[in-house]
Design a protein around this ligand. Sequence first.
Ligand code: GLV
Ligand code: MG
Length: 347
Amino acid sequence: MKLPRQFFKPLAIGAPQPLTELPVNLERMIHFLPPHVEKMRAKVPDMIPNVDVILGNLEDAIPADQKEAARAGFIELARDNDFGSTGLWTRINCLNSPWILDDITEIVSEVGNKLDVIMLPKVEGPWDIHYLDQFLAQLEAKHEIKKPILIHAILETAEGVNNVVDIAMASPRMHGMSLGPADLAASRGMKTTRVGGGHPAYGVLADNNGNDTKRDFFQQDLWHFTVAKMVDACSAAGIKAFYGPFGDFADLEACEAQFRNAFLLGCAGAWSLHPSQIEIAKTVFSPDPAEVKFALRILEGMPDGTGAVMIDGKMQDDATWKQAKVIADLARIVAEKDPDMAAKYGL
Ligand code: GLV
Ligand code: MG
């Protein structure tokens, strides 16, 4: 294990100083776009004010014969646009693929100073993060990159889930982690062809109670265990957890339900693969105005965060003060970006 004193040292002479705290950014949705498609690149200027993060996807869903065009398209869109407070990320190809070396070297050399986060797919263990960490430090030093490029891992293999705690703590470069339900389902041998969401056959049957009446069946969340495990690993390491893709673009309600479960369990955001999912993520990952108002009353009612008070008949103490602070802090970040939400929160 690396000694604590060495942990925050740059891994290459001339590389920027690793961060001790993550930047405070609103990241309710990571919006995926295929950068080899010119029509999609043309939409970027209008997209920037409307999303929290724009991600140029180079990995799965990009055909093998378009991988280089996607990389070049990402470099072009990164260079041609001013992203302001909107995050600029890319999902590179996985570590054993033929494209990864050029993905990393070309992107860092061409647009490293504009790139916030690299999403690394199919992470199996901390060794994958260490490799990218070291390599990025060398490239950052060579190309005089000013701030460290962060790493976001996709949790989408059984081995990765086994190693989730060590992945989360692998480097100060870790930004967070997303659940990848499609690859994870395949890796685990789960019997579903869906990309995220539930399955009608996965649930609990109510007791028969010795009579013939129709028994209720309650569908359960296939991803509950993994999301909770990921949230614990990320929160303990001081990084952020995200739900990943929801593949049924026609079922907005199911997408909302999946995103909401992730939000309530502690996730900061989810991926949007279709424009309709942007609004869902915005609604779901911004705290509810009624909840924010109640949280603000708790904080006001206990100015130093200690003791016990009753508000609307509900007991509040130091722990509920902390819960209220999670919601109020997030509301303030949302309000800074979104004047409509600021008005709804009364902030
Ligand atoms: C995402 O990459 C997934 O495999 O679900
Ligand atoms: Mg995947």
